[in-house]
Write a protein that binds this ligand. Structure first.
Ligand code: PDD
Length: 281
């Protein structure tokens, strides 16, 4: 049984209990982070803690821990759960209070963290690529906040799964924003296009690294959303996230993307990503 962290204590997962009056449970009033851990080392932790603060600020919620307290707690949690490759999940909710839309006063936020083994991405996702479908982006207007209210994302990802695909690419006002649980890219004439960091997309930590690695390899990047038509005509399509890294999309709405195989620029980027991971950061 894994150890989890809840409100200042490490306890066994089956002992961790949260009140039914927790605003995370009743109102979805909370934010979260997912941090990959390789060989016991948290990957890009600083970026994740910065984004956690950004999400908390975005919903006017107090951060219950300082960055160094988060770091110490996460390192202990990883150690307690056997180090190696893990996926750390953190969640902060506004706390426990009688149900009311208005924020409660003087309530302690609920802080929770768990860590689970990080499963390697299936080999054929990389050798063959994954399938995606396009769907309308039905989410709210503040997608830069990593909120626990994931019902739209969950519905869209399930829709992809029901269609035999692994990801849903979201279209808002005719342009691709991101994936249901990933950032998304279209490669057109040797340039990487990805939606700019605004309220329509989550500022992905993996996205940040993809753009850094592209710059280091002199691959041009345009932080510009592509239209649905440009997406269909793209030479390559990729998605990225902390737990799945960077994956090539080789089928879109049942039609092959270019040759239907992972593209040359993805291969270059993935090898840079793997090298970077080996070095740690
Ligand atoms: N999701 N966009 C959305 C909507 C996401 O849910 C995620 C990640 C990303 C990629 O962000 P990052 O590179 O920082 O993981 C983009 C996580 C993994 C999840 O919800 O489990």
């Amino acid at each position: 049984m894994n150890d989890v962290f809840l409100n200042g204590e490490f306890i066994k997962a089956d002992q961790a209990k949260v009140s039914v009056f927790d605003r995370g449970f009743l109102l979805g009033d909370g934010v979260y982070e997912v941090i990959p851990v390789y060989a016991g080392h948290c990957f890009r932790l600083e970026g994740h803690l910065k984004r956690l603060q950004h999400s908390l600020d975005g919903v006017r919620m107090r951060n219950p821990l300082s960055d160094s307290q988060w770091q110490t707690m996460i390192e202990q949690l990883v150690e307690r759960n056997g180090a190696g490759d893990q996926s750390v999940y953190l969640q902060v909710t506004r706390g426990v209070a009688p149900r009311d839309h208005v924020f409660p006063e003087n309530v302690e936020p609920t802080a929770f963290a768990m860590s689970n083994p990080l499963h390697a991405v299936p080999a054929d996702y990389k050798s063959k690529g994954i399938a995606a479908i396009t769907v309308p982006d039905i989410r709210w207007q503040n997608c830069h906040i990593k909120a626990i209210t994931l019902l739209p994302n969950s519905l869209l990802k399930q829709q992809a799964q029901d269609a035999g695909a692994q990801e849903a690419l979201l279209i808002r006002d005719g342009y691709m924003t991101e994936g249901s649980a990933s950032n998304a890219y279209a490669i057109i004439d040797g340039k990487i296009y990805t939606a700019p960091k605004d309220e329509k997309v989550l500022p992905g930590i993996t996205r940040e690294l993809v753009l850094e690695l592209a710059a280091s390899a002199n691959i041009p990047v345009k932080e510009q959303a592509v239209s649905e038509q440009q997406l269909r005509d793209a030479d390559e399509i990729w998605v990225s996230s902390s737990t799945k890294e960077v994956l090539p999309v080789t089928m879109l709405d049942g039609v092959a993307v270019s040759s239907g195989n992972p593209g040359a620029i993805w291969k270059q980027l993935d090898s840079l990503y793997q090298q970077y991971k080996q070095q740690g950061d």
